[in-house]
Design a protein around this ligand. Sequence first.
Ligand SMILES: Cc1cc2nc3c(=O)[nH]c(=O)nc-3n(C[C@H](O)[C@H](O)[C@H](O)COP(=O)(O)OP(=O)(O)OC[C@H]3O[C@@H](n4cnc5c(N)ncnc54)[C@H](O)[C@@H]3O)c2cc1C
Length: 403
Amino acid sequence: MKTKPKILILGGSFAGLAAAFELQHKLHDRAEITVISKERQFVFIPSLIWLVPGWRKPEQITFDLDSAFTSKGINFIQTAAQRIDPEAKKVITTNGEMEYDYLVIATGPRMAWETVPGLGPHDGYTHSACTLPHSVAAAEAWQEFLQNPGPVVVGAVQGASCFGASYEIVLNLNRALKKAGVKDKAPITFITAEPFLTHFGIDGFGVAQPMIEKFYKAVGINWLTNNVVEKVTPGEIHTKDNGVIPFKYSILIPPFQGVKAVKDSPGVGNAAGFVPVNDRYQHVDFPEIYAAGISVAVSPPAPTPIPCGVPKTAHMSEQMAAVAAHNIATDILGGEPKEVPFPETAAVCVMDAGNQGVLMITDRIFAPRKLQILIPGPWSHWLKIFLEKYLMWKLRTGRMQLP
Ligand SMILES: Cc1cc2nc3c(=O)[nH]c(=O)nc-3n(C[C@H](O)[C@H](O)[C@H](O)COP(=O)(O)OP(=O)(O)OC[C@H]3O[C@@H](n4cnc5c(N)ncnc54)[C@H](O)[C@@H]3O)c2cc1C
């Protein structure tokens, strides 16, 4: 009897879950699908912005990966990939070696805190909302800060790509200060490497810039664009052209790179540890390797005065995973492969401000776009809450065929 092809997926988040469930849906028992992830928990990262001001608890935005996968006949192993050997088609993990016929890399980012001295929650002075442990620590510090408030600085440093999150964090903290009745004691400055507000690393999005500028002015958030952070010292952000900005509480988004396991695998990743893929989300040199989500290498649509990366949102990560899964399935079963160049990826996103927000929809992440919708209003906040519940249910139960 012919042995079933072994499909190994690295990562148990948006891209990993989407790839695994799509493959299971398409292949049923025609393949052996295994997911490995460093963590046993799925974390709904978009809700970390609400964990910081204390509006969510970790258990509300997480679920157990083992039961989600095993209930669908997908193997799950909690372990970390250390290296990929593409010639031998093996992944070296902390628990030993695993062979594959097809590999999907969905390992997300490594946060490159070291690019700015003093940046980040490990050896630095700024907080982070990029991971669950970071956000839990940032939430504890926020409660302390509210007892004796002072200047707040939020933003994204040079080379960052996850700009949307920095806007959501500043807007939600602004709302939290207002609710706590201490807004007058906590002036807010937003700093970003982007050439203008809502550039987002994609050269802007419709009328988002005047919209956000009007909103920042209305709520009293100062901003600095084209900003370079040279170093952070206790209570001070040292910038290249904007002097020293004092802070009592700060969250700054770092640059994202690919994870060490990819970087340590010669030929698999580029210098930053991202995986170079073609329009099928297939590795440019190893056809049995695919990648999806933040782990994929993408070039900016146009250069910026200060380096800005390209955002890869959760929704986009799922779409990339669906393309990769389709192409693995057609390789096994036969059929037409699918090609979706990254610039043509659609995006749906809500930028939340705590009690209102903006729904953003586009047919293409990079211009030229046919569809570019921005709808502001309080209902966007409620939509974001609905999406949190709906998407967590969809991902936990593997209903990837739903919108
Ligand atoms: C604060 C914040 C707010 C955001 N808000 C939104 C939003 O509103 N909407 C939106 O669409 N996107 C949002 N995003 C972006 C979104 O979170 C990412 O697009 C998404 O998480 C990318 O999914 P991924 O699967 O590629 O990577 P990740 O979610 O980063 O997952 C990577 C997975 O790989 C695992 N892993 C890593 N290394 C290894 C290894 N060596 N071995 C095994 N497993 C490994 C990890 O444990 C994890 O399971 C936000 C991001 C942040 C930081």
